[in-house]
Every structure is written in structure tokens, then in C-alpha cells.
Write a protein that binds this ligand. Structure first.
Ligand SMILES: Cc1cc2nc3c(=O)[nH]c(=O)nc-3n(C[C@H](O)[C@H](O)[C@H](O)COP(=O)(O)OP(=O)(O)OC[C@H]3O[C@@H](n4cnc5c(N)ncnc54)[C@H](O)[C@@H]3O)c2cc1C
Length: 447
């Protein structure tokens, strides 16, 4: 056999994304070299040599037809994903969430990947992107040497090492009788502004102070860059500090009434469709329940739905909107695919889903076939489109949520939120399953 011409794919990292990518590619008939550094080199969060180790919680998110993660789980089940399949086989009761016995889960994924005759596992750290068709899936704790190599390869500014994200709000949960459009000093009207009077500011400040008391003390020992200080840390410095920072009212008088406000919070559009808006300067490490309380004390956000909570932790991810195609290859290097957190996703489930797509498209590339992108209505299709087209300024990793796919708009007397989501779920899943059929027709049958 002429091995030079044999279609091959190299996958680096056997976590959520890499395990899925390796199996997806091997099932399409290409030879896969899967490289995993553990146990030779461990990460600060992993403890074993098993593939797809869950580094923290044991949940792959809520299930159900009105749940965005539920839709992505259903898509991955339809695609034969090893992560979601193994999760179902090892699930433990968790009241509406897909939670697993973490050891049985990782063992099952490891066994499935190792058992495939097309996959060869290599143990050891990879420090440079090799030649040929490659899937990079080394995750949020990519080893330093490889991270440095990738940073030089894609451009100094395009690899983030720290996740300092603000909550992202669903547009249709904002009270638009309160919010008004205006840019500071009136140059542009790209922002949505939420005005506080003194009493509203006091209520918000008290909520932050109460929430801060739940944050572990260790947190305060962290050193923050002045430019991305968490909102709770700003508030700790003084009652008025946020009013001279992200809540500064200067230049944000009401465009119609001319009213001046005591403080103003701003929302900036996150996605091209305008379904998701982030709170400017509100990066936070508060607990999720507390974030919701604090956000909902902001005028106009009393019923806000947070589609992505703020986080502050070490991370390694590319600025996907500057670098990636929606089929997950680098724009500048069509042989190099990226998946998981490194590609700008967040979450076990999202990492596995992008791993499946990157593995599938890497195999297609090795076989000389064009890449495929899932439909816009599907959760995976919405996520990869978002990655490739989001606002690159301050880009932060994204998880599955209803802001990524078209949902029937809210109308007076129309279907309620739950029903609108169930419609989007069915529409998305139907579109994804139809697309899978096209994918199978367009490529070799999975083995
Ligand atoms: C501390 C922490 C806690 C998290 N908690 C959660 C949570 O509770 N729920 C959730 O949904 N998400 C969580 N995440 C986010 C994220 O979803 C998970 O980290 C997820 O595992 C990411 O999948 P991945 O495939 O991108 O990376 P990983 O699953 O981390 O897989 C990457 C693999 O690449 C290997 N690797 C790294 N560098 C190299 C190299 N140079 N050569 C060879 N192999 C290499 C690693 O050893 C690892 O096995 C957390 C992240 C962190 C950092």
C-alpha cells in the first residue's frame, strides 16, 4: 500500500473535542493519529489518563425540548456522537439534566476510541502543529509550548489566555420601554442604554455587595488587569467607583427627553442577528444565581434572561471570528481544523459537538471532499456560524443557547416562550437530521 497517499488525519488532544473528532474521522474511513499528553504531562485540572475526562461538574447540561443544550444533545445523538452516546449509557439521576458517572463515562469514551481499528493513539505532548490535515483540540489548558507555537502561528493577539466575560442577555428579554439607543457623545447609536436613578443605583449596589460576600476569599488574591476588573471588585473599591467606570452616565442623556441619569449601564450587540447583547464592562466571577440577581436589579433587565453567564478563569482560545471558517478550519490554513474550547466554544457538550464537526470535515478534506456546515436552524450550525461571525472585539467563548438560532419572535397573544422554543427545537432537529442524510450521501458511508 502506498502510505503517502493514504488519507490521514492527526488529532491533537483526547478531551471532549479530540475524542469525538478522532472517532468521527475514523468512521469516515481515514487513518487517525490521536495524540494525548496525559499521563506523561498532566494539566492543572485533569487527574487521570482517560480520554474525555470531566474536569469539573459531571453534567452535560439540561435536557428537554425547550432547552438549547437539549437540542444540541439530540443533534449529537443523531450524528452518533461518542460523548453524548456514552453520557446516556452512564447517566445518573439529575432532575432534567444529562449528568453522568464521571469515571464510567470517561472509560466508555476511551474504550470506544481505542477500539476503533482506524485510530492509533500516541501518548506525549505535541509542541508544534504537524504537517498534513490536523485537528487541534487541546482545550482550555493547552500545554504552554503548543500554545506559544499556535500564538506565533496565528498572530500574537489572536490567542486569549484569560477568560474575563460579562453576562450576555437575550434581546427579547430586555424591557425596550426602558432601554434606549445611544452612543456616548451621540456619535453612534449602537448601544442599548439602561438608566439608573439614585434609588435604583443604591439597590443595584446593595445587590452586588451581598453577592460579593458569597465569593471565596481566594478570589480576591487574584491579580486583575486594570482594564478587565470584575464588576464586584470595582464595587468593593467604593460605592461610586462603578459610576466612574462602566456605569458612567456622561454623554448618555436620554435622546428624546434630554434627561440626565445618575448612572447608565450599556449593552453591546454580540451576534450579527442582534439576538444576544452583553453588558459592557460587567465581567464577573460571581456565582450564577447571584449574577442573575445583580443583573435583574438593573432597570430594564428585571426579566432578563442570561444566555451566557460571566466568568473569570484561565483559558486558552482563539479569536474565532478573526481566524475560523464556519466549518472550523483556519481561514489561512485550510488543512488545520480547530475544535472545543480552543475554537472559542464553552462547555463539554459544545466541545464534543465542534469536535465531531471538525473531525468530519478534516476527514472530508483528507478524502478530497468539500467541507460541510450544519444548517442555521440547528444548534451546532448556529454555534459555528456565531464563532465565525461574532464581534471579534473582546470575543469570549460561547455555549449553546437560544440566541444562536432563529426562534419565532415574541408577539402579543402569540405562543409563549416555552412553545416558541419547542418549535425552534423541532425545526432545528429536523433540519439537522435532513442535513446528516445529505452529508452521508455526499461522503462515504460511516464504518
Ligand atoms: C477548570 C475548568 C473547569 C471547567 N468546568 C466545566 C464544567 O463544569 N462544565 C462544562 O461544561 N465545562 C467546563 N469547563 C470548560 C470546558 O467545557 C471543558 O474544559 C472541556 O473539557 C473542554 O473540552 P476540550 O476538548 O476543548 O478540552 P479538554 O477536554 O481539556 O481536552 C484537551 C486535551 O488536550 C490535551 N492536551 C493539551 N495540550 C496538549 C499537547 N500539547 N499535546 C497533547 N495533548 C494535549 C489535554 O491533556 C486534554 O486531554 C471547564 C474548564 C476548566 C478549565
Amino acid at each position: 500500500m502506498n502510505t503517502l497517499r493514504e488519507p490521514r488525519v492527526t488529532v491533537i488532544g483526547a478531551g471532549m473535542a479530540g475524542s469525538e473528532a478522532a472517532l468521527a474521522a475514523a468512521r469516515l474511513g481515514v487513518r487517525v493519529d490521536l495524540h494525548e499528553q496525559r499521563p506523561v504531562r498532566m494539566t492543572p485540572a485533569h487527574h487521570s489518563d482517560r480520554f474525555a475526562e470531566l474536569v469539573c461538574s459531571n453534567s452535560l447540561g439540561g435536557e428537554g425540548r425547550n432547552n438549547a443544550k437539549g437540542l444540541m444533545q439530540a443533534e449529537m445523538l443523531a450524528a452518533g456522537g461518542v460523548v453524548v452516546g456514552s453520557a446516556h449509557a452512564t447517566r445518573v439521576p439529575a432532575g432534567g439534566a444529562l449528568a453522568v458517572d464521571r469515571e464510567a463515562f470517561s472509560e466508555r469514551v476511551t474504550a470506544a476510541v481505542r477500539a476503533h481499528p482506524g485510530v492509533t493513539v500516541h501518548v506525549g505532548e505535541v509542541t508544534e502543529v504537524p504537517d498534513g490535515v490536523v485537528v487541534l483540540a487541546t482545550g482550555p489548558l493547552t500545554s504552554d509550548a503548543l500554545a506559544e507555537h499556535v500564538r506565533r502561528r496565528v498572530g500574537e493577539d489572536f490567542l486569549g489566555f484569560y477568560d474575563a466575560a460579562a453576562p450576555v442577555i437575550a434581546y427579547d428579554s430586555i424591557d425596550h420601554d426602558v432601554a434606549y439607543r445611544k452612543g456616548r457623545y451621540g456619535q453612534e447609536a449602537d448601544y442599548l442604554n439602561l438608566p439608573f436613578d439614585r434609588a435604583a443605583y443604591d439597590r443595584w449596589y446593595e445587590a452586588v455587595a451581598e453577592a460579593r460576600s458569597h465569593v471565596p476569599h481566594d478570589w480576591e488574591k487574584l491579580e486583575f488587569f486594570e482594564g478587565c476588573m470584575p464588576i464586584e471588585e470595582l464595587a468593593r473599591r467604593g460605592r461610586d467607583t462603578p459610576r466612574f467606570g462602566p456605569l458612567k452616565p456622561v454623554g448618555l442623556e436620554h435622546p428624546v427627553t434630554g434627561e440626565r441619569f445618575y448612572a447608565v449601564a450599556q449593552l453591546r450587540q454580540e451576534d450579527a442577528a442582534g439576538r444576544m447583547w452583553s453588558l459592557v464592562g460587567f465581567q464577573t466571577g460571581l456565582k450564577w444565581g447571584d449574577q442573575q440577581t445583580v443583573v435583574r436589579t438593573i432597570p430594564g433587565l428585571e426579566e432578563a434572561e442570561i444566555v451566557r453567564y460571566g466568568v473569570m478563569h484561565r483559558n486558552t482560545y482563539l479569536c474565532a471570528p478573526r481566524l475560523l471558517e464556519p466549518h472550523l478550519a483556519l481561514r489561512a490554513e485550510p488543512d488545520v481544523f480547530v475544535a472545543g474550547v480552543l475554537a472559542g466554544t464553552e462547555g463539554y457538550l459544545e466541545s464534543s459537538a465542534t469536535g465531531w464537526l471538525a473531525g468530519t470535515n478534516a476527514a472530508r478534506r483528507a478524502l478530497g471532499q468539500p467541507p460541510m456546515v450544519p444548517p442555521e436552524a440547528s444548534m451546532l450550525g448556529g454555534l459555528v456560524r456565531y464563532l465565525a461571525s461574532a464581534n471579534p472585539e473582546g470575543f469570549q467563548p460561547m455555549n449553546a443557547n437560544w440566541g444562536l438560532v432563529p426562534v419565532v419572535p415574541k408577539t402579543r397573544g402569540g405562543p409563549g416562550k416555552r412553545e416558541r422554543r419547542e418549535i425552534a427545537y423541532q425545526h432545528g432537529l429536523d433540519a439537522f437530521v435532513t442535513w446528516l442524510e445529505e452529508l452521508r450521501v455526499a461522503g462515504p458511508v460511516q464504518v
